[in-house]
Write a protein that binds this ligand. Structure first.
Ligand SMILES: [Zn+2]
Length: 446
């Protein structure tokens, strides 16, 4: 089988979080460097702001480079990284400002975006380090890091799989990239966050034995169904309970609006992020398996789905429900599922999300009437087929994934995402989806 490798990534990028075991003097040197770097970032941010809120890294670098070297004592690499980082931050702010302008034009919001009103301040203690120049791996689980007062070498701890990879990067197909020094604001422990690229085994693509669809939604974090009829629910009741409690505490604090409340809110935001990351980690780890082609809904469609919360027509109840939607990170669960699938030797792909929860898998009838009262049950208005609505969606995604799998076998081309194709190609795909019928004998699904 010929695989069109343009469509499939040959590598997977990920981050290894290494806990640094520093002596007191080493920790002092790292802290000194991080403070200087943070001051440099804030100076650069002010310069960028004064120059039309500049978001071009190279231009910004020419403005600040000499001063970063002399006044802040940064080595040359860091004096290049700081303006690059600041420019990237401004770029994000500009993008947010643009999308806010669009939302205002559509009447979704009345609020004006304030992110560009003053120069953003960098408060976290982080330093971006280039591989080989500013940081490198040493023997026996050690790492060498450049500081303003010279290089330090220390041991590190981390996740077992990462330790194995880093002990022999070449053997495991690992390419090391930039790293970030980061201090945990609560525990004050220093970490090195190393970006790596792991090359994927191209033979994995030839050995697919399972095809499954994964539906992400609000009631259950995820529901998966393979084309042989096996299904699995990830209900996440425990996480949902915690997330809802965090959300209600947050709105109470926001109403209060005092300085103390704001401090608690910041802590709460961190907790919420950890909770989401933990959820995404557990669910995606369970879904990923070797020799599996895992179909996910194309993310853009999911975003459109949650954008309903901006609508003025939305009822109070709807808005309340949507608030909970936005606190779930679909994107995070998806991204983690995709990368864990790749790393375990499977192939993640994306399919159109249109009508996945409204289409009858037995007779193909499409319509909102298949979801009486928008409830948990799917009841086909044509053939009467009745099933849990989330399972219907997972099965439809699974069948679309199988269709892509069969196209791949037939043509040798795999389209991993419906991204670039136009409206016509999409209409053609949707009409092919309408022909799909659920059957436990996979070969009879055309
Ligand atoms: Zn039906």
């Amino acid at each position: 089988m010929i695989v069109n490798m343009d469509e499939l990534p040959a590598t997977q990028s990920l981050t290894c979080k290494l806990k640094l075991l520093l002596t007191q003097e080493q920790a002092e040197a790292v802290r000194h460097t991080a403070l200087a770097y943070r001051n440099a970032l804030n100076h650069t941010s002010a310069v960028a702001f004064a120059n039309g809120k500049m978001s071009q890294g190279m231009k910004l670098q020419t403005l600040v480079y000499q001063e970063l070297r002399k006044r802040f004592g940064l080595p040359s690499q860091m004096a290049c990284n700081a303006p690059r980082q600041v420019a990237a931050a401004y770029k994000t702010l500009w993008e947010r400002a643009k999308s806010n302008a669009a939302h205002k034009a559509n009447g979704w919001t009345k609020r004006r975006y304030k992110g560009l009103d003053k120069a953003p301040r960098f408060t976290a203690l982080t330093v971006t380090l280039n591989h080989r120049r500013d940081w490198s791996l040493g023997k026996e689980q050690t790492v060498s890091i450049g500081t303003l007062t010279g290089r330090i070498r220390c041991r590190y701890e981390g996740w077992n799989r990462h330790l194995v990879w880093l002990a022999q990067p070449l053997y495991h197909g690992i390419t090391l990239g930039a790293a970030k020094l980061w201090q945990d604001p609560v525990s004050k422990v220093w970490y090195l966050l190393v970006s790596i690229e792991k090359s994927l085994d191209p033979r994995a693509m030839d050995s697919i034995t399972t095809v499954k669809g994964v539906d992400l939604n609000r009631r259950n974090i995820a529901v998966e169904s393979n084309t042989r009829g096996k299904c699995r629910f990830y209900p996440g009741g425990h996480w949902r309970h915690l997330a809802e409690r965090v959300a209600s505490t947050r709105s109470a604090l926001q109403a209060k609006g005092t300085r103390g409340a704001k401090a608690v809110l910041r802590k709460l935001a961190l907790r919420e992020r950890r909770l989401n990351a933990d959820t995404a980690h557990c669910v995606s780890k369970a879904i990923a398996e070797p020799h599996a082609m895992v179909g996910l809904e194309w993310l853009k469609d999911i975003r459109n789905r949650t954008e309903r919360r901006h609508s003025k027509k939305a009822s109070v109840r709807r808005r309340k429900a949507n608030r909970k939607v936005s606190s779930w990170s679909f994107a995070e669960v998806q991204a983690k599922t995709a990368y864990k699938t790749r790393l375990s030797g499977g192939v993640p792909i994306w399919v159109d999300a249109d009508y996945t929860s409204q289409t009858c898998p037995i007779c193909g009838h499409i319509g909102q009437e298949n979801r009486p009262d928008h409830g948990l049950l799917f009841v086909c208005a044509q053939c009467g087929h009745t099933l849990h609505a989330d399972l219907v969606a997972a099965r439809n995604i699974g069948m679309r994934t199988l269709l892509i799998r069969q196209d791949w076998v037939r043509t040798g081309r795999l389209s991993a995402a419906p991204e670039a194709s136009g409206d016509e190609a999409k209409a053609a795909r949707l009409s092919r989806y309408a022909e799909l019928r659920w059957s436990l004998d996979a070969s009879s699904v055309l």
